[in-house]
Design a binder for this molecule. Structure first.
Ligand SMILES: NC(=O)C1=CN([C@@H]2O[C@H](COP(=O)(O)OP(=O)(O)OC[C@H]3O[C@@H](n4cnc5c(N)ncnc54)[C@H](OP(=O)(O)O)[C@@H]3O)[C@@H](O)[C@H]2O)C=CC1
Ligand SMILES: CCCCCC/C=C/C(=O)O
Length: 496
């Protein structure tokens, strides 16, 4: 637990030694001198100027990763040795937990308690888990002909480009970097320009943990320049991306226009959360629906943004969610009492407000919220927002908002609920609340989603894969399955 007052945290935030340069080949690298300001959404103020990567800096980072893969020790180390270094990275992240949590909170606006307890826990556990997994991977030798020995081996694919968003900057970076390193790949990580600082601190921790130079490089810069350069780079063998579906399409094009690098995509969502009248605990269903959409300011790809409620209980459940929205403490991310922090920035807040306006235009009923708050701080704060009487055709019901805006849709029978749930181009996650085991299994099978949560939401750990169906992406982060993204199968057939 983070044990500090608001005042102490404000003081410690001022004392942070924030990084300002790329992390390439195990050291800080200024690049050509260009830089951009990292603006904190808590008050709209600049935190620091950070190096801005163009193609030249991306080339430098990829060259370092290429050398480390082609001639360095990393892919050839005993897997237990790779695992030992990953475990050391986890230890250093744990030692630096408060510094990292403060940095995340400052750069992207989530409450410090969540940054410390959830984001950092997830990142640390990810390095620990893949550190422990590294020497437990085995190859296969299938039974073939009596005069042959066939081997199916997994080899590290090579240089991985990892491009990640700002909503869980360390967790989502860890979900790419840790399995890639465990598999023996080398990595160039490009965080979002909105959250470059925690990723640079991760690069620093990896080098301090003994990771050889060039094995993990971090370049900071904006997507259409640095991200594009990585996507098009002929020396990048795998591109692992988390972000919007629109940018995911770009990466498929970059691969087609360059070297057909493998592209793994974790994309957007518009997840349904179905509440049936036989839900075991309606209060818990409503409280979880509210937590799910307001957690992390709604900036969650898995956010249960469409609450599908049976019409017989719609008003009761909606009112409970609205009550929770009214009491939620929105405020300074550095205040331990804050439950919902700032959205990532003013331009994102503007986009979310456009969605709110579209809901009003199209005739949905605004039950609570809908407007900016705490404007006097200069920060990007929005009131938790709930609409009901939302029709499936409205933009509110179709488009990913990536903010604390819930749409409530009512249904009359189970078939209609499943039809509404699947009526989206996305297929990332879904929730279902019922006491009936048969209904749970049947509905789970019918839902086109990478994860279905029954009588809970956002549960999971490192053992289970995470990712989407349909236009929510391909491949899976987390679990042993993530290793598949960073390895190639080789068949060796030996005639005896
Ligand atoms: N399925 C999943 O696991 C998750 C999906 N997401 C999705 O991420 C989105 C929100 O994050 P957001 O950062 O806005 O997403 P974006 O897709 O805008 O950005 C994601 C990353 O891609 C970079 N990027 C942006 N444009 C380009 C481009 N033209 N070429 C190459 N790289 C580019 C960004 O850099 P920069 O920011 O510097 O421009 C950032 O590093 C939502 O759609 C959300 O659903 C989020 C978390 C988890
Ligand atoms: C308790 C939830 C931890 C989630 C970690 C990262 C997920 C990001 C997303 O869904 O956008």
């Amino acid at each position: 637990m983070l044990n500090a007052t608001h005042e102490e945290l404000l003081r410690r935030a001022k004392e942070l030694d924030l990084p300002t340069q790329h992390h390439i080949d195990g050291r800080s690298e200024a690049g050509d001198g260009g830089s951009f300001a990292v603006i904190s959404p808590r008050d709209g103020q600049s935190l620091v100027q950070v190096a801005d990567a163009g193609e030249a800096e991306v080339d430098l980072a990829v060259a370092a990763a290429r050398r480390a893969f082609d001639t360095g020790p990393w892919p050839h180390l005993a897997p237990a040795e790779r695992g030992r270094i990953l475990l050391r990275i986890a230890e250093l992240l744990e030692e630096r937990r408060e510094e990292l949590a403060l940095t995340v909170s400052l750069e992207m606006g989530k409450p410090i308690t969540d940054a410390y307890a959830i984001e950092l826990r997830a990142a640390i556990n990810t390095f620990r888990w893949y550190g422990q997994l590294a020497d437990k991977l085995t190859d296969e030798s299938p039974h073939t002909a009596p005069d042959a020995l066939a081997l199916i081996t997994r080899e590290p694919t090579g240089v991985v480009g990892a491009v990640v968003p700002w909503n869980f900057p360390l967790t989502l970076a860890s979900w790419k970097v840790a399995p890639a390193l465990a598999a023996g790949c080398t990595v160039v990580l490009k965080p979002s320009e909105s959250s470059p600082l925690s990723a640079l601190l991760l690069g620093r921790a990896a080098t301090d943990a003994g990771l050889p130079p060039g094995v993990l490089n971090v370049v900071t810069g904006d997507g259409p320049v640095a991200g594009r350069a990585l996507g098009l780079h002929p020396d990048v063998d795998v591109l692992a991306f988390t972000g919007s579906t629109a940018v995911g399409r770009h990466f498929l094009r970059y691969a087609a226009d360059s070297n057909l690098k493998r592209v793994w995509l974790e994309l957007g969502g518009k997840s349904p959360n179905i509440v049936l009248p036989d839900a075991p605990d309606l209060e818990k269903a409503a409280a979880t629906a509210a937590w799910g959409i307001f957690f992390n300011q709604g900036e969650m790809c898995t956010a249960p943004s469409r609450l599908l409620v049976h019409s017989s209980i719609a008003e009761q459940v909606t009112e409970a969610v609205v009550a929770r929205a009214r009491e939620l403490r929105v405020g300074d991310p550095l205040d331990p009492a804050t439950e919902m922090g700032a959205l990532v920035g003013d331009s994102h807040l503007g986009r979310v407000l456009e969605h709110v306006a579209s809901g009003l235009d199209e005739g949905a009923r605004l039950r609570v919220g809908g407007g900016r708050t705490l404007a006097e701080t200069g920060g990007s704060y929005l009131r938790p927002t709930v609409f009901d009487r939302v029709d499936p055709g409205m933009r509110l019901a179709r488009e990913e908002i990536f903010g604390p805006v819930l749409s409530v849709l009512a249904f009359d029978d189970l078939d209609e609920a499943v039809r509404l749930a699947n009526a989206t181009e996305y297929g990332l996650a879904a929730g279902l609340w019922t006491s009936d085991l048969t209904t749970a299994h049947k509905v789970s099978r019918a839902l086109k989603a990478g994860t279905v949560w029954v009588n809970c939401y956002e549960e999971g750990d490192l053992t289970v894969p995470f990712g989407g169906m349909k236009q929510s992406g391909n491949g899976r982060d987390k679990s042993a399955h993530a290793i598949e993204k960073y390895t190639e199968l080789k068949t060796t057939w030996i005639q005896l």
